[in-house]
Design a binder for this molecule. Structure first.
Ligand code: AMP
Ligand code: GLY
Length: 423
């Protein structure tokens, strides 16, 4: 079949890499893609939220499956656009409907869903401009640090964690006055949970589910997890501290009730659920839901899946996930993100990247890259992820770092301590 992947990051290059290996895939397209996807698929210059242009390309290229990478098109209802169109309704779109995507699109909705199905999460209340005073009073009842979350999508910047009560009250007011535009018209204030984070990925057809490998990402720009938040600077899979008994708790207390909740509410959900968790006293709590795969988590999760990815996604769309035998590579995978100096603030693009052809025994996943006149150039903050597989995460990391040393571009930066807190 012909397959289209929407997105342009390391996540989408990884999907393309796995899908291109499948015998079930004839022609592979990525929109808009990057220099990495261009080498293994056909890039199409289409914006991921331009549903009309996506429709035209799907029909023109006889595309049978569309894999949606980022959350934006999902929250904007791409699955509904497909299912309500006569011409598109038989296309297998991998991603939840608009109601499903609200688990990521609205933090308030996610908290209400968790409360409804008794899924463990931090205690919370939500506030609007009209209830600002009540919000300030609620903050007074909490212990620092204070966690303030914009309800809507805010490009990963909508969560503030503040030590000081007055500062928290001021930020609440600023957020409700439009600091993040529409996204912070409602603000969720929640109890701070002190523990270690990990992510669990679930593929569901709305009825059945498969738990994919776990991963831990490193979000801060600086060593030792210091400094500004980024999209993610590296990841490790599996998470060494998520042993079988802890995974059983996650499945019983979180994964099962999540899928049952979606089913009870008749939500059409055929796609990934990325559950951000925190482990406190050996118990899992949900920090957030995402309705897509993570980036760079995908770069360590998908390479460990041995089952044909297209068969897995087809079974998802056909609600036959129960018939699939999910095979996972027992080796560990690590990825390290190479970024443009200055990221996540301002950085320059268009720097020539050298050395990718010298990488051995690791996978090179492009994120912000483009090719121009035969040259490979940087085209974003996160540029390339180097993924390695080995017996354990330390050996895998060693390979990633040895290979990164062969790469170069002006103002290249990466964290040298991915996995530092896993011992
Ligand atoms: P989110 O966008 O909801 O994932 O939040 C971003 C980050 O803020 C998370 O990855 C956590 O590190 C942190 N965070 C969010 N909620 C809490 C909480 N209730 N307690 C402690 N840390 C939190
Ligand atoms: N790496 C975090 C995310 O994809 O949301």
């Amino acid at each position: 079949m012909n397959i289209l992947i929407l997105g342009s990051g390391g996540r989408e290059h990884t999907f393309a890499h796995q899908i291109a290996k499948s015998e079930m895939c004839n022609n592979l397209y990525v929109a808009p893609g990057n220099a990495g996807t261009e080498a293994i698929a056909t890039n199409l210059p289409i914006n991921v939220t331009d549903f009309k242009a996506i429709e035209e390309t799907v029909l023109e290229n006889k595309i049978a499956m569309v894999v949606v990478g980022p959350e934006d098109p999902l929250v904007k209802g791409i699955a509904n656009y497909f299912s309500s169109s006569e011409a598109l309704k038989n296309v297998m779109l991998i991603g939840p409907s608009e109601r499903g995507a609200l688990l990521e699109g609205s933090k308030e909705r996610a908290k209400e869903f968790m409360a409804m199905y008794k899924i463990p999460t931090a205690a919370y209340e939500s506030f609007t401009k009209e209830s600002l005073d009540a919000g300030k009073k609620f903050l007074e009842t909490l212990q620092p640090p204070y966690v303030l979350k914009a309800d809507g999508l805010a490009a990963g910047k909508g969560v503030l964690i503040l030590e000081n009560l007055d500062e928290a009250k001021n930020e609440l007011e600023t957020m409700l006055s439009g600091k993040f535009g529409e996204a912070s018209k409602t603000v969720v204030i929640e109890e701070f949970l002190d523990g270690i984070e990990l992510s669990v990925f679930v593929l569901t057809d709305g009825k059945n589910y498969k738990i994919l490998p776990t991963a831990k990402d490193y979000k801060r720009i600086g060593e030792g997890d210091k400094g500004l938040n980024t999209g993610g600077m590296g990841a490790v899979s599996p998470v060494p501290f998520a042993d079988d008994s802890f995974m059983q708790k996650i499945e019983d207390r979180i994964v099962k009730p999540t899928v049952e909740g979606l089913q009870k509410e008749n939500i059409d959900y055929k796609g990934f659920v990325f559950i951000g968790l925190i482990k406190v006293n050996n118990n899992p709590y949900v920090i957030e839901y995402n309705v897509r795969m993570g980036d760079p988590e995908t770069e360590v999760v998908l390479p460990r899946i041995e089952t044909d990815l297209v068969a897995l996604l087809q079974a998802t769309h056909q609600q036959k996930l129960d018939s699939i035998d999910l095979k996972i590579d027992s080796r560990a995978a690590t990825t390290v993100m190479v970024v443009s100096g200055g990221y996540p603030e301002t950085y320059e693009k268009g720097k020539e990247i050298k050395g990718t052809e010298t990488i051995e025994d690791s996978l090179v996943f492009h994120a912000g890259t483009k090719s121009e006149n035969g040259k490979l150039l940087t085209n974003g903050g996160r540029v390339i992820a180097i993924t390695s597989l080995d017996e354990n995460y330390k050996q895998a990391l060693k390979k990633s770092y040895q290979n990164i040393e062969k790469l170069s571009f002006d103002k290249m930066y990466y964290r040298t301590d991915i996995g530092f807190d896993l011992d």
